[in-house]
Write a protein that binds this ligand. Structure first.
Ligand code: BGC
Length: 431
């Protein structure tokens, strides 16, 4: 064996509804695509056609041995107009959830993953004062439908990436560039998460489940911020400030209800502990010399130019455990890389899992992003993150070498010499 998986570490994958399902025009990303805003002119209305092919995909997941699966529901399908819930969509997800559970795959359900129904988007989405109430109407309905069979939830995916891209940098819909908008959205998302955390626990308790039988948190997008030059005090200050503004402030607010700039305090938010695990989405390190997002020149990079820096995941996991309590397990709710030809992904998976398995940390779950190639937001279909290849023209699924390696790691409890020689040894990163 090249290495044995850390004891108790469960492996699976993650996806998001809008990125894989196809067929839904009622959300802000479908409209953004129709306006010609996606770099490669593709649209989430096609994606991987998972809404129709879910059974085939879950069968494949089970065949590959995945034990856990983080998936999302599409809000605009479930609540196509405010207060109108679609029984068919609710039944659809229930069938899919029951099916994966029957095959031994444990779901972790995400309620909000970047996309908004058009009616919500057009009333100001997360900027609007009523947004926590509106989100709760949807969340309560979804949780009521599934909480007898689903015990694990992510309330909101990456509030920082959503709010910064959509409302501060203006690169995502609705392309706003306003500090006030950002602060309002951060405040409202924090309030929604906290209310949702309590609501899920209440609903599960009403069914007789103990507190420990329910796991709720949010998926935090964390980066490592390093100064371009350690000797330069401005670079060092920039790194600290970027980290605070990008992730530390919102993390603290969501997890504990302590709101400080840039998170606007919303009435009714009380201090507490609003997490049952520490959820980390990790992709890269930023090397900064100002409030920017630079990349180290002499580093290995993925196909989107993001630095490959596996140590970052361990550093962040340890930092959050120290800050928020070592008694909480860490779930890597996303980790993966854009490698369009699967030329280095097997090595990426090998290196990351080896590091998780051989270092001291509290990581108990690893959800690889992503199960299949999908609609990568502004990059569209061109940026491939899957361990399963999607031919978008025919919708044919083909397991990549990275998928074969992943599957063999699960079935062998680590990387065998043979798997290493076959999948990892011939692969290398590029600068
Ligand atoms: C998001 C995913 C996205 C992935 C890769 C994360 O920030 O949650 O939706 O596809 O990163 O960019």
């Amino acid at each position: 064996m090249k290495f044995t998986l850390k004891e108790g570490l469960l492996l699976g994958s993650a996806t998001a509804a809008t990125q894989i399902e196809g067929g839904d025009e009622n959300n802000n990303w479908a409209r953004f695509a129709a306006e010609g805003k996606i770099h490669d002119h593709t649209s989430p209305t096609r994606a991987a056609d998972h809404y129709a092919r879910w059974r085939e995909d879950i069968d494949l997941m089970a065949k590959m041995g995945l034990k856990i699966y983080r998936l999302g529901v599409e809000w605009s399908r479930i609540e196509p107009a405010r207060g109108e819930f679609c029984a068919e969509a609710l039944a659809h997800y229930r069938e899919e959830l029951e099916y994966m559970i029957s095959l031994g795959i444990r779901p972790l359900l995400t309620l909000h993953h970047f996309t908004n129904p058009l009616w919500f988007e057009d009333m100001g989405a997360w900027e609007c004062k009523e947004s926590p109430d509106i989100f709760m109407e949807f969340a309560e309905r979804v949780v009521s439908e599934y909480c007898d069979i689903v015990s694990e939830y992510i309330t909101i995916n990456e509030p920082n990436v959503y709010a910064l891209n959509s409302l501060y940098w203006g690169t995502w819909p609705p392309e706003r560039k306003s500090m006030g908008s950002l602060m309002r959205a951060f405040g409202n998302m924090t309030a929604a998460h906290i209310r949702c955390y309590n609501m899920i626990h209440e609903k599960r308790a009403a069914l007789g489940f103990s507190k420990e039988q329910t796991l709720v948190s949010f998926a935090n997008h964390l980066r490592v911020f390093a100064p371009k030059s350690r000797r330069n005090i401005f670079h060092r200050i920039s790194a600290r400030l970027s980290e605070y503004l990008f992730q530390s402030a919102i993390t603290k607010a969501m997890m504990t209800g302590k709101c400080r700039i840039p998170v606007r305090r919303v009435k009714g938010v009380k201090r507490g502990k609003y997490y049952d695990f520490i959820g980390i989405n990790y992709y890269s390190r930023s090397t900064v010399s100002g409030l920017d997002d630079g990349v180290r020149e002499d580093s290995f990079k993925n196909d989107l130019g993001w630095e490959i820096y596996h140590e970052g995941l361990i550093e962040l996991s340890n930092r959050l455990s120290k800050r928020y309590g070592r008694e909480y397990p860490v779930f890597i709710t996303e980790n993966g890389t854009c490698d369009n030809s699967d030329s280095f992904r097997p090595r990426f998976i090998y290196d990351q899992l080896k590091m998780i398995s051989e270092t001291d940390n509290r990581i108990e779950r690893y959800y690889h992003w992503s199960f299949m190639d999908n609609f990568e937001w502004r990059e569209g279909e061109s940026a491939r993150f899957g361990i399963v290849h999607i031919n978008y023209e025919t919708q044919e699924r083909t397991v990549k070498d990275s998928g074969r390696l992943y599957s063999s790691i699960i079935s062998n409890g680590g990387v065998t010499d043979e798997a290493y020689e076959k999948y990892v040894a011939p692969r290398s990163y590029h600068e």
